[in-house]
Ligand binder design. Structure first.
Ligand code: C5P
Length: 283
């Protein structure tokens, strides 16, 4: 069985505060893009759960979120683990703020659910995904959605009008837990206009959404990394992006375009900067 795992972007990301359980309450608008990993699931007779990927540095044991998803699935269904080979062809940059690992986990849950004689609803699958990670429930549902709470309280939103997306993952990576820890001590200069972005989505107004792209984690980045993300965003805007921001806890910067030509120009320009650059579309 072959299945796609789409990357996500944050159109907005706000951190509302720290919770007693150590997590943070969030309010963010999520958007899927066509850039995706491909997963293949195959039963095996050995009884072992095995993961392999085209990236040698990713774990091939149950530290991999795709394997954790399968283990949580069987546990939630009251079944014993079975022999399963999960092969992942990674295209989504790793540690990039694009939920690559969470999306792989969500794809495994959707694939295992699809094999059931009476499959669970997407909301029930998302609830199992919560045990694997905060972004997994959204990745099960995909599309355009408001995510609140830890990220697991989801409200579908009208789709972002189709557009081109250019994104660049710089060479460095960010530790998600470290940035969450840092945000508690940072005085946030600005907050996203989440409601304004939702109103713009409801009006089908791409420019209105693009003008409101905002991620509070940019303020928590160390100076050098913040400057690098700012340079990428400026380049995207100079090339004609309607708006630009960082996704998740970064460091991927992205811009939204209503012209494919301008998006192609931006991709070329960013390739000179280094890092991993992609031109993709929203889905
Ligand atoms: O849920 P997940 O395992 O993906 O989260 C990774 C880390 O990110 C958590 O251990 C926590 O430090 C931080 N986090 C948070 N609040 C959230 C989501 C994640 O503090 N809503």
């Amino acid at each position: 069985m072959e299945i796609k795992a789409h990357a996500k972007l944050n159109l907005t990301l706000d951190v509302l505060g720290k919770r007693p359980d150590g997590y943070h309450d969030l309010r963010m608008i999520m958007q899927s893009v066509a850039l995706a990993d491909t997963l293949t699931l195959e039963d095996n007779a050995s009884g072992q759960l095995r993961v392999s990927t085209n990236l040698h540095f990713l774990p091939n044991n149950d530290k991999n979120l795709a394997a954790q998803a399968a283990l949580h699935w069987w546990e939630a269904r009251g079944e014993k683990p079975r022999g399963l080979d999960i092969t992942i062809e990674k295209r989504i940059p790793v540690c990039a703020g694009m939920a690559g690992g969470s999306s792989d986990a969500a794809a495994v849950l959707r694939a295992l659910n699809a094999r059931e004689r009476s499959p669970l609803s997407p909301a029930e699958v998302a609830r199992i995904g919560e045990r694997v990670g905060s972004d997994v429930p959204y990745c099960v549902l995909g599309g355009t959605a408001l995510a609140e709470g830890r990220g697991e309280i989801l409200t579908p939103l009208p789709p972002l009008p189709r557009c081109w997306v250019v994104l660049c993952k710089p060479e460095f990576s960010i530790s998600t837990p470290a940035l969450f820890a840092k945000i508690d001590s940072v005085r946030l200069r600005c907050r996203p206009d989440t409601q304004g972005a939702i109103d713009a989505l409801e009006a089908g107004d791409l420019t209105g959404v693009a003008r409101r792209l905002y991620n509070v984690f940019e303020d928590a980045l160390p100076d050098r990394q913040r400057n690098r993300v700012a340079d990428l965003k400026n380049t995207l805007i100079q090339c004609g992006a309607l708006g630009a921001s960082m996704s998740g806890t970064g460091p991927t910067a992205f811009g939204l375009f209503d012209s494919e030509d301008r998006a192609m120009e931006a991709r070329e320009k960013l390739e000179d900067f280094g890092g991993e650059v992609f031109l993709t579309r929203t889905v």
